[in-house]
Design a protein around this ligand. Structure first.
Ligand code: ATP
Ligand code: MG
Length: 433
């Protein structure tokens, strides 16, 4: 049945399926999210709205932190929008044809995804055509893994149609339904499988799942760069990175999501990444671009190919390329001034990992405490000292700037003016000759 665009004053009937809650839990951690805005949203949507997906899974594990909150409802998206607007919330139709409305609480009080219960009618390996439904079980059936298909309502009644709780406890990452079919519907699920397995999987895949993942790995080449980037990004900053990358390599998956290594490296050599992550842990400074650079052995061509494949922005591409081994190293003061503390830390840790040596704690400290330094003189000072307008002004200032950087930004404005007047004098002395 398709939910009607009903009169919002009438309470909707409970969904017409025979599901019963399997447990009662304390859902207050979700209800109190964003200062209680989550509970307010459930009130706006009506008593049969539920939390679904990752937030419920994390809550069950006692790991819910600042993650995103997804809410499902049998209400039609038009009705969701109407109710939100009436309650002074903003409703942004981010994926209305898929039933998704972004609900934004007043005065920056939090953002939530509200999705109408739906079932996938047709899929082409990337996109699904959906039909709205009032069946919670149908909605759960189109979700990827059993533990991502659990839902909980505001009273704490927990619904688990496919044994997600048990799998979570046992450490099994199991597709809802047949692994091979579910992967064929949406190839991104291959990457999601490894990402979630890295987080929650204590047990090896069952044979059928492992075979299905390997058999369809080549289909990843048809996925958009954005979707691959998103999943790989989360995977690389999650737990058990090296173990899961090894598994992806041995299943023939990794080669489809990162550019192949030239002959002097091996795609499944994670030594540099491993050493980098040990240093990052030591200094409590995880970093995605750095990890990607290490995964690609800082090879310029591979980094360029990855930036193109993942369709990363020009700015991020430049930040990544700056980590390549081909870019010459700089003294720390120059790196800080010219590239900023983020890039300086990236290079320091990568260089140390490459040399298999500890990163200097003093340098890390300096980088983390660095406040962008501003040269205390400008071109106007050169003009005031009698230099005529023209390219010489910039040259003189750059000369003083280099002197100031070499001295770790310590010289004061007075020192710099003194240095500038010397530079001017030297220039004119030379010119006189
Ligand atoms: P995370 O902690 O990384 O946010 P999550 O489980 O919340 O994990 P999301 O990508 O935010 O993951 O998706 C929210 C929910 O939507 C999932 O838990 C799952 O139920 C469903 N979902 C997301 N992507 C897919 C997909 N490709 N196929 C099937 N279900 C999906
Ligand atoms: Mg999520």
């Amino acid at each position: 049945m398709i939910p009607s665009d009903d009169d919002p004053n009438v309470t909707e009937p409970l969904p017409d399926d025979d599901s019963r809650p399997v447990a009662t839990v304390d859902a207050s951690v979700l209800l109190s999210a964003h200062g209680g805005a989550a509970a307010e949203l459930i009130d706006i949507l009506g008593r049969d709205a539920r939390f679904v997906g990752g937030c419920v899974r994390d809550m069950v594990l006692g790991q819910f932190g600042e993650g995103d909150i997804d809410i499902a409802t049998p209400l039609h998206p038009r009705n969701v929008t109407r109710r939100l607007t009436r309650a002074n919330w903003k409703a942004i139709p981010v994926g209305i044809e898929h039933g998704t409305v972004l609900a934004v609480a007043p005065e920056g009080g939090g953002t939530f995804e509200v999705t109408t219960l739906r079932e996938d009618v047709e899929t082409d390996g990337r996109h699904a055509t959906v039909r709205f439904t009032d069946s919670w079980k149908e909605d759960a059936a189109r979700r990827d893994f059993t533990y991502n298909a659990i839902s909980v309502d505001r009273e704490g009644y927990l619904y688990d149609y496919f044994g997600g709780l048990e799998d979570l406890e046992g450490g099994y990452t199991r597709f809802v339904g047949n692994a091979s079919d579910r992967i064929a519907e949406d190839r991104l699920r291959i990457l999601r499988a490894y990402r979630f397995h890295a987080r929650f999987g204590l047990r090896a895949w069952d044979g059928a799942t492992a075979r299905a993942l390997a058999a369809q790995a080549h289909e990843l080449q048809h996925l958009s760069g954005e979707r691959i980037r998103q999943e790989m990004g989360k995977l690389l900053v999650g737990p058990n990175v090296i173990a899961v990358l090894k598994m992806m390599a041995s299943h023939g998956v990794l080669q489809h999501v990162i550019p192949a290594a030239p002959h002097r490296f091996r795609t499944d050599d994670f030594g540099l990444l491993d050493r980098l992550m040990i240093l990052e842990d030591l200094h409590d400074q995880p970093g995605l671009w750095r990890r990607l650079a290490a995964l690609l052995h800082r090879d310029q061509d591979r980094m360029k190919a990855l930036a193109e494949r993942y369709r990363i922005s020009n700015r991020d591409r430049d930040a990544l390329m700056a980590l390549s081994a081909q870019v010459p190293a700089k003294p720390l003061n120059w790196a800080l001034y010219q590239d900023g503390s983020g890039a300086a830390l990236d290079r320091l840790l990568l260089d140390a990992a490459e040399m298999n040596a500890p990163a200097s704690a003093g340098h890390v400290h300096r980088i983390l405490c660095y406040e962008p330094a501003v040269l205390p003189i400008s071109g106007q000072d050169a003009l005031d000292l009698g230099v005529g307008p023209g390219p010489l002004v910039g040259q003189l200032i750059r000369r003083v700037e280099a002197w100031w950087i070499e001295r770790d930004f310590q010289p004061t404005r007075e020192d710099c003016l003194w240095q500038l007047s010397h530079a001017i004098k030297a220039e004119f002395d030379l010119g006189d000759r």
